[in-house]
Design a protein around this ligand. Structure first.
Ligand code: C2O
Ligand code: CU
Ligand code: CU
Length: 431
């Protein structure tokens, strides 16, 4: 809805309910429904207002993952929305490239449990200036959200204890796509765009197509790539997104799969981090005759590279145990003070054997290097979340523009949600 002042208004209510996830009636949570939430969508330049209602029996927040917005609206753990009817209004002006973002709870120490229960949703940013008519863009027809989550069931209920007791949290043995078990998609067009979101709490996926079919990656976390990147596999760690375009032949059934995401890790990591696991994710069922889709464009968007020579500060963060630079999360400690409208280089090192997933609020960053080398093409676009393979050094660059608020912090953290809850998180303010 659009209000009298031309602002786009969304209503979100976190609530408990019951869902059929393939095991009878399962107690779940969702926004405006019983599992997950509506796909929110708005155009660059719009003023947004989201009225968030908490109908749960415990505090929650809603965080806008990947969104550039004032710290007050960011939904971090400092401003819990009270249980049993509390309300919070987040407002900001949408100003960033077209992208597939998402929203999820971010309360202190309860993020894993709340996301696992079903609280999450997609947020699609449109940008009339760059939206390519050549990319499939009919929502629900040839442009489809694919929220991938793994679950463990104990009878009819969700369980948070997995077989392995992995140190990254729950590794489920069943997958849901958009809350649907055994999902398929009827495809009516030659090409279909899938907006992949790893909305799991811990698991890493390595998306492939049956038979090693190639597909085109067209977007990463924060926007479209410079050009389509053809590949036969794509790895997404927790919280990461990618947009891909798959070409289908009339009448065929083709499975989107996830295959052994950590093949080059040592044995313990492969086994206990889910690195050996493979799944069918989504079956694509092409109609016997398919409507024509335009050819993929050769070029997508032109994104200038941020220049490390312009960086006002360089910071180093080492991830080990459950700490960043030897410290766990402390809501009263600010770890970095960033000056508004400056660019910074953050060097992030994973100092041990456990993989992590590095996320910064408010900004989209560019990857400068991995172990000193230029990043591969899929990591060449805007990112807000980055898979931190063990014993590697990553260097990223971001511009902290527009919003300053010395009294309200943004977070940076491991997006493996158990790690986040256990304190693998720090805070920065922009002044
Ligand atoms: Cu998606 Cu601070 O998180
Ligand atoms: Cu975030
Ligand atoms: Cu971690």
């Amino acid at each position: 809805a659009v209000d009298g002042q031309g602002r786009r208004v969304f209503e979100l209510k976190a609530q408990a309910g019951e869902s059929d996830l393939g095991h009878g009636a399962t107690r779940t949570w969702g926004y405006n429904g019983s599992y997950l939430g509506p796909t929110l969508r708005a155009k660059r330049g719009e003023q947004l207002v989201v009225n968030i209602h908490n109908g749960l029996g415990e505090p929650t927040t809603v965080h806008w993952h990947g969104m550039h917005l004032p710290a007050q609206a960011d939904g971090g753990p400092h401003r819990p929305i009270a249980a049993g009817g509390g309300m919070f209004q987040a407002a900001w002006k949408l100003d960033q490239p077209a992208a597939t973002l998402w929203y999820h709870p971010h309360p202190s120490e309860r993020t894993e449990a709340q996301v696992y229960r079903g609280l999450a949703g997609m947020f699609i940013v449109d940008d009339p200036a760059t939206d390519s008519a050549q990319l499939p863009h009919e929502y629900g027809v040839d442009d489809v959200p694919v929220i991938v989550q793994d679950k463990v069931f104990d009878g009819s209920q969700l369980s948070m204890s997995d077989r392995f007791g992995s140190d990254i949290g729950v590794l489920g043995d069943e997958l849901l796509v958009n809350g649907t078990p055994g999902p398929y998609l009827d495809v009516q067009t030659e090409r279909v765009r899938l907006r992949l979101l790893n909305g799991s709490t811990a698991r890493v996926y390595n998306f492939t197509l049956e038979g090693g079919r190639q597909f085109a990656m067209v977007g990463s976390d924060g926007g479209l790539l410079a050009r389509p990147y053809m590949t036969d596999h794509l790895r997404l760690s927790v919280g990461e997104r990618a947009e891909i375009v798959v070409e289908l032949k009339p009448g065929e059934h083709l499975a989107l799969r996830s295959e052994r995401p950590l093949p080059d890790f040592d044995f313990g990591n492969r086994k206990f981090q889910g690195g050996e696991d493979s799944f069918d994710v989504l079956q694509l069922r092409a109609a016997p005759t398919l409507r024509k889709s335009p050819e993929l464009p050769a070029a997508l968007v032109d994104t200038p590279r941020l220049d490390p020579k312009q960086a006002a500060a360089k910071r180093d963060f080492t991830f080990s145990g459950r700490d960043i630079n030897g410290d766990g999360m402390d809501m009263d400690r600010v770890d970095a003070v960033v000056v508004k409208n400056t660019t910074e280089v953050w060097n992030v090192e994973n100092g041990h054997d456990t993989p992590h997933s590095f996320h910064i609020h408010d900004v989209q960053f560019q990857v400068l290097s991995i172990d000193g080398a230029a990043p591969p093409e899929p990591l060449g676009g805007w990112k807000d979340t980055l898979f931190l393979e063990p014993h590697r050094k990553f260097s990223v660059i971001a511009r902290f523009a527009d919003y300053a608020d010395p009294t309200t912090a943004y977070m940076f953290h491991c997006h493996v949600l158990r790690h986040e809850d256990e304190g693998m998180m720090g805070q920065f303010v922009v002044v």
